[in-house]
Design a binder for this molecule. Structure first.
Ligand SMILES: [Zn+2]
Ligand SMILES: [Zn+2]
Length: 97
């Protein structure tokens, strides 16, 4: 059990490091990415503070652990709640986001 935990934890940590390094590079070079990141951070803060409630998926009505989708990253409060599968589906049709 402990062995399994150790191995999978190591892999996750490595992946996180890779993602973080990529994010850092984009953050430095990509103003659009900075805008998106700020919008996401702001929305998450609002959820934590209880100012935004987690809502069912706008497309399929799925409740639970839904994610925030931004229609326009210039409008951090213009958000749509989607379940992870619908969020992936919507992004597959939106090449710019
Ligand atoms: Zn959905
Ligand atoms: Zn989205």
């Amino acid at each position: 059990m402990q062995q399994w935990y150790y191995t999978s934890g190591k892999k996750t940590y490595k992946d996180m490091e890779k993602t973080r390094a990529r994010d850092r590079a984009r953050y430095a070079n990509d103003p659009e990415f900075r805008k998106k990141k700020r919008a996401r951070t702001l929305a998450r803060q609002e959820v934590r503070r209880g100012r935004i409630d987690i809502e069912p998926c706008t497309l399929c009505g799925e409740g639970g652990d839904n994610v925030i989708h931004h229609n326009d990253y210039n409008l951090p409060r213009d958000i749509t709640w989607l379940c992870p599968p619908c969020h992936n589906a919507i992004h597959a049709t939106l090449p710019t986001f």
